[in-house]
Design a protein around this ligand. Structure first.
Ligand SMILES: C[S@@+](CC[C@H](N)C(=O)[O-])C[C@H]1O[C@@H](n2cnc3c(N)ncnc32)[C@H](O)[C@@H]1O
Length: 234
């Protein structure tokens, strides 16, 4: 997935306001009846940017599948427990007051079976009364086949241009990324393919409800993509 881009991740997404997003996640969790303090697990935490803010309110931990991204998170947050784990099948042996899965990471599970497994697994890590907050990827009707995007970021000694092309393949969005990375030593190229499942709202709600969660959806969420919040009944 991020094999070519882990070290570029924070620069590529430097336009995101992670502290504001983290504050908004907490507000949405509390609005749904979940805890505003206590313990939190950020699943698919990437480089730990949300954890950096969320740990002001919660005893926080993170998981991710990608070792390269986790290494950056470990450097950023040396005192935060971070675990390598696949969100579809993990057991930390503990429960948390809040579990989050942000920036559409849920899409990477690709299939409805993967979605049910991931939501079920995250829900099993909730204390009674705890909240699961999941920021979804696009629904099938909200994504454009053939979409081309470009993201350019520049530092004094590093320029990154990332172009993406999205193709819809059944119920999956296949995104080809091409990177041009400019340094004083020259320009290098890299490519990655990311495949993300396009889940309907019905599929998302059904996965939350099958996991035994009382479920609400906020249309806006933290970045305009919406936010699912499920509360594990007492
Ligand atoms: C778009 S990034 C979001 C990262 C972070 N939440 C953020 O907001 O910056 C998607 C993340 O999902 C992770 N990921 C993808 N598939 C995963 C899986 N099956 N289990 C756990 N993490 C996964 C990737 O490694 C990556 O960190």
């Amino acid at each position: 997935m991020f094999s070519e881009s882990a070290e570029l991740y924070d620069l590529i997404y430097s336009f995101k306001d992670y502290p504001a997003e983290a504050a908004r996640v907490r507000e949405l969790v509390m609005a749904a009846g979940g805890p505003g303090e206590g313990t939190l697990l950020d699943v698919a935490c990437g480089t730990g940017m949300h954890l950096r803010s969320l740990r002001a309110h919660y005893a926080a931990e993170g998981t991710d599948l990608d070792e390269g991204l986790l290494a950056i998170a470990r450097e950023r947050l040396p005192d935060v427990p971070l675990h390598r784990a696949d969100m579809r099948d993990f057991d930390l042996g503990r429960r948390f007051g809040v579990v989050t899965c942000l920036f559409s990471a849920i899409g990477y599970v690709r299939t409805p079976d993967g979605l049910r497994a991931a939501i079920g697994c995250m829900a099993r890590h909730l204390e009674p009364g705890g909240a699961l907050a999941v920021e979804p990827w696009f629904t099938p009707d909200a994504i454009s086949d053939g979409f081309v995007g470009v993201n350019t970021q520049t530092l004094p000694d590093l320029t990154v241009v990332r172009m993406s092309h999205t193709r819809i393949e059944g119920t999956v969005s296949a995104i080809d990324f091409e990177y041009l990375v400019g340094r004083p030593s020259g320009i290098t190229r890299a490519a990655e393919r990311h495949e993300m499942g396009l889940f309907t709202r019905g599929e998302m709600r059904a996965a939350f409800e099958a996991a035994g969660l009382r479920t609400t959806f906020d249309e806006q969420g933290i970045t305009g993509r919406g936010m699912w919040v499920g509360i594990r009944e007492m």
